[in-house]
Design a protein around this ligand. Structure first.
Ligand SMILES: [Zn+2]
Length: 379
């Protein structure tokens, strides 16, 4: 290239680089609060997880193992690291629950730092007939790919949060993609370092001292499918307008085969339990369904109990006094409190902004008049 051409090309090159910097944020992936001490996690399939799904699940694990970082998922062994279940606790009549979950179960302290050493990945049995190992059955036909779900949940298990990059596996809600994006790869390299030192990847691993966590936080990731506005309206048992009154104290709930919560100096295990709390909503109007109570309870994950903090970022944060329109799916009675609580799907959690506008749990702007007319049509 001559000097003249270079002079002409340079401003364009600078502009392209500038645009790239604007369009592709440096760290669109989001690193969580933990890593695995040995940079390895062993996958164990629980008996509830269908044998026919295992190959697809392991294919997803291999994609993370071969992403060029120092992290590896090891193949099945008796060791319990990442336990894979088909499970659903609570109600069976909830019509739009979460698709899959990843939850931190156990932390250990090594060299004065806390690391995760047990994580659960759960597929919801509610969708048992919708899970497929085939790559040709599509989301449009109501199918969710086992490998695709595994890619996403294993990303959480190894320490990643949700990404805001469109084609990232770690972007939510569920969208059919079968490969890790560059953003996902950058994320795992950031957590565990790049495998080959000869390659210049441009990824700077998080320094060890910054990975340190003073007190482990048990993260739960709850992943949902996006549905049409019509399906949302049809499947909801109740659609109400209400005002947020507050939050009830947190308590523990157990999955099958739950073990006690054990907190020791160098290990904390929550033994297949979850911390939940209920949000109290006073009902102002009912658009669909019949309701005799003037107050309802929305079940959410998270809280602090027995010195243990559990957090779920994939749910709507409610503030006292807020006006909301809620699509409710199923109900259940809490074993300890005897209270009836209900489930919501993020798409059906509408925070009212003004007369005509609301924002749902996927951060999408919603035309409330249009949404409520779809509810009317579904009656
Ligand atoms: Zn997720």
């Amino acid at each position: 290239m001559t000097t003249n051409k270079l002079t002409k090309a340079l401003p364009i090159l600078i502009m392209v680089l500038f645009l790239c910097a604007v369009i592709i944020p440096a760290a669109a992936y989001s690193a969580g609060n933990y890593t695995w001490y040995n940079k390895t996690a062993t996958i164990k399939f629980e008996s509830s997880f269908p044998t026919s799904y295992q190959a697809s699940f392991l294919s997803a694990a291999n994609k993370w193992s071969n992403a060029g970082s120092n992290f590896r998922f090891a193949t099945p062994a008796n060791q319990l690291n990442v336990s894979v279940y088909m499970t659903y606790y609570g109600t069976n009549n909830s019509t739009l629950p979460w698709l899959a979950q990843a939850q931190a179960m156990n932390f250990e302290r090594q060299n004065n730092r806390w690391y995760i050493n047990d994580s659960d990945v759960r597929y919801n049995t509610y969708y048992a007939n919708n899970f497929t190992t085939s790559h040709s059955q599509s989301l449009q036909n109501g199918y969710f790919n086992v490998e695709r779900l595994a890619l996403h949940e294993l990303g959480h298990a190894l320490g990643l949060e949700h990404s805001n990059v469109l084609n990232a596996i770690m972007k939510t809600p569920y969208k059919y993609l079968s490969f890790l994006s560059q953003d996902d790869i950058n994320g795992v390299k950031n957590l565990y370092g790049t495998k080959s030192k000869s390659m210049t990847s441009g990824i700077t691993p998080i320094p060890e001292e910054e990975k340190q966590i003073n007190e482990p936080i048990f993260k739960v990731h709850q992943c949902y499918a996006e549905v049409s506005d019509q399906e949302l309206a049809q499947k909801a048992d109740l659609v109400i307008r209400g005002t947020v009154k507050g939050e009830l104290p947190a308590h523990w709930v157990s999955f099958d085969k739950a073990e006690p919560v054990v907190k020791k100096e160098n290990s904390i295990s929550i033994g297949n339990n979850q911390i939940v709390h209920d949000v109290v909503i006073s009902v102002d109007d009912v658009y669909k369904g019949k309701l005799s109570e003037n107050e309802i309870y929305i079940r959410q994950i998270g809280g602090t109990l027995d010195g243990i903090t559990m957090v779920c970022d994939d749910q709507t944060e409610y503030s006292e006094g807020e006006s909301v329109i809620l699509y409710l799916f199923g109900s259940d009675v809490d074993q300890k409190t005897g209270r009836t609580f209900r489930y919501v799907h993020p798409q059906g959690e509408l925070k009212i902004v003004d007369e005509k506008t609301a924002v749902n749990g996927f951060d999408q702007e919603i035309d409330t008049e249009k949404m409520l007319s779809i509810v009317q049509e579904s009656l």
